[in-house]
Design a protein around this ligand. Structure first.
Ligand code: 5CA
Length: 162
């Protein structure tokens, strides 16, 4: 889709991708991509291929923590806290909006107002192609797991809840 026709929030993600030196293409779908299951259905991929962007709050520092998890997985918050060195808690919707600039359902892996500490679910690394949210509940973009690491500077870790 041409950048000029994207919704404002999706265009901001396209611009953040390009500012980081990549050319992944944000795509808007007529159907909802608000949840991992909806995104997989709209795209025609598996839910495992959806990279969920989940925001947590580091409980000691108050810093935002971004966990990029396979759509099929739940995040083990204690495991993330152990890698980070402090406990984390699930962010409230207003914290998500204030730190990322995006609303839940469209939170992307890049382009946040406040740069988060980022962790990437090791299960994503087994995929060939993955899809991440791009700012709105209808926008996503495809990339490889290696490209997600390069784009975000995230640390690959074992963060799946058993
Ligand atoms: N666009 C899709 C696919 S990429 C998407 O953003 N999916 S998601 O899973 O990454 O984002 C939805 C996530 O937001 C949920 O998995 C959940 O972790 C989080 N969420 C939903 N409601 C709340 C809430 N009330 N407070 C905090 N987090 C929430």
């Amino acid at each position: 889709m041409a950048e000029g026709s994207l919704k404002d929030s999706a265009r901001r993600v396209q611009q953040a991708i390009e500012a980081a030196g990549f050319d992944f293409e944000v795509r808007e779908f007529p159907a909802s991509t608000r949840s991992a299951a909806e995104a997989a259905a709209a795209i025609g991929c598996t839910v495992e291929q959806i990279a969920k962007s989940l925001i947590f709050r580091a409980e000691t520092s108050g810093a935002p923590v971004l966990v990029l998890a396979s759509g099929a997985n739940r995040v083990d918050e204690a495991a993330v806290g152990a890698v980070l060195g402090q406990p984390i808690g699930r962010a409230r919707p207003d914290f998500v909006r204030e730190t990322t600039g995006f609303a839940i359902g469209g939170v992307p892996p890049v382009g946040h107002l406040k740069q988060p500490l980022t962790f990437i679910d090791r299960d994503l690394m087994a995929m060939t192609e993955i899809w991440a949210a791009a700012g709105t509940p209808n926008a996503v973009f495809p990339l490889s797991p290696e490209q997600l690491v390069a784009l975000t500077g995230g640390q690959v870790a074992d963060i799946r809840r058993a």
